[in-house]
Design a protein around this ligand. Structure first.
Ligand code: SF4
Ligand code: SF4
Ligand code: FES
Length: 255
C-alpha cells in the first residue's frame, strides 16, 4: 500500500476528556482536543498523543498497553473498557469521549482511587486456604475439577465490571462483581477448604444479594468472563448449600 493510501486512512478525531485536578479545580470539567489517528491506533495511543504533544498535564494510568495489567480501564464513549484494547476503527463517529470509571473517587483526570475496589477484593480472601498437612507432591486435581473455576482465573482486576454496576454506583459498600468473581475462583477450587467462610461473607447484606442480575458487568469485562453466571453460581451455592456443578464443566468449556 502506498504512503498516500495510508495517509488517506487517517481520521480526525475530536477527543473530549473529563478533566479534574483537585489542587486547581472546584469541579470536573470537559476539555477538547483534535488529533489525527490511524484506524489501527488504540484509544490508548490517541490519549498518549494528546498527552505527549498537546497537554502534558493530562493524567492517566497505564502499564502493559496489551490488555494484561488492567490499569487503563476508563469510560470510552460511555462504556467501560481498557483503552489499550479498543481500536480507533471501532470508535463510532468522530468524537471520542473519555471519562474516569464511575463509583470510585477521582484522584486526577482519568485516574481513580482503586483502594475501595481492592478492599472489597481482599475481603473475600482471594487466596488458597488449606490447613491440611501438605502432600509430598503437588495438591492433585482432575481436569474436570480444574475446569470448574477456569473462567474466573482470567480476571485481571481492572474494575470494569464493578464500576459498570448500578448497585455499586448507589452503594459502594456492595462488594461488587469483581470480588465475587475472585471468591468464585477459590470457592469452586477442589483443593481449597475456605468455601464456607467466603460464602458466609458473601451472604452479608452487602454481598451477592445486592446483585440485580442486570448483566452490565458481563458486557463490560474485557476478558469475556461470564461474570453474572459466576455470581449466579455463588448464589446457587448459598441457596442449595452445595458447591457441586449441575453439568460437566469440561463440556461447558467445549460448548
Ligand atoms: S449483574 Fe449484578 S453485579 Fe453485574 S452489573 Fe448487574 S447488578 Fe452488578
Ligand atoms: S471480572 Fe472482568 S471486568 Fe471484572 S475485574 Fe475481572 S477482568 Fe475486569
Ligand atoms: S495498559 Fe495494561 S491492560 Fe491496558
Amino acid at each position: 500500500m502506498s504512503t498516500a493510501a495510508l495517509a488517506s486512512d487517517m481520521r480526525t478525531l475530536k477527543v473530549k476528556i473529563k478533566r479534574y485536578n483537585p489542587e486547581l479545580d472546584e469541579a470536573p470539567h470537559w476539555e477538547e482536543y483534535t488529533t489525527e489517528a490511524d484506524p489501527l491506533d488504540r484509544v490508548l495511543d490517541v490519549i498518549q498523543k494528546v498527552k505527549w504533544y498537546q497537554d502534558e498535564t493530562l493524567a492517566l494510568r497505564r502499564s502493559c498497553a496489551h490488555g494484561v495489567c488492567g490499569s487503563d480501564a476508563m469510560r470510552i464513549n460511555g462504556v467501560n473498557a481498557l483503552a489499550c484494547k479498543i481500536l480507533v476503527r471501532n470508535v463510532k463517529g468522530d468524537t471520542l469521549t473519555l471519562e474516569p470509571i464511575l463509583g470510585l473517587p477521582v484522584i486526577k483526570d482519568l485516574i481513580v482511587d482503586m483502594k475501595p475496589f481492592f478492599d472489597h477484593y481482599k475481603s473475600v480472601m482471594p487466596f488458597l486456604i488449606n490447613d491440611e498437612p501438605a502432600p509430598t507432591t503437588e495438591r492433585l486435581q482432575s481436569p474436570a475439577d480444574r475446569a470448574r473455576f477456569d473462567e474466573t482465573t482470567k480476571c485481571i482486576l481492572c474494575a470494569c465490571c464493578t464500576t459498570a454496576c448500578p448497585p455499586f454506583w448507589s452503594d459502594n459498600k456492595y462488594v461488587g462483581p469483581a470480588a465475587i468473581v475472585n471468591a468464585h475462583r477459590f470457592i469452586f477450587d477442589s483443593r481449597d477448604r475456605g468455601a464456607q467462610e467466603r460464602l458466609d461473607i458473601l451472604n452479608d447484606a452487602e454481598g451477592v444479594w445486592r446483585c440485580r442480575t442486570v448483566f452490565n458487568c458481563t458486557s463490560a469485562c474485557p476478558r469475556d468472563i461470564k461474570v453474572t453466571q459466576a455470581i449466579s453460581e455463588v448464589k446457587r451455592a448459598l441457596l442449595g448449600g452445595s458447591i457441586e456443578m449441575d453439568r460437566d464443566p469440561l463440556q461447558i468449556i467445549e460448548a
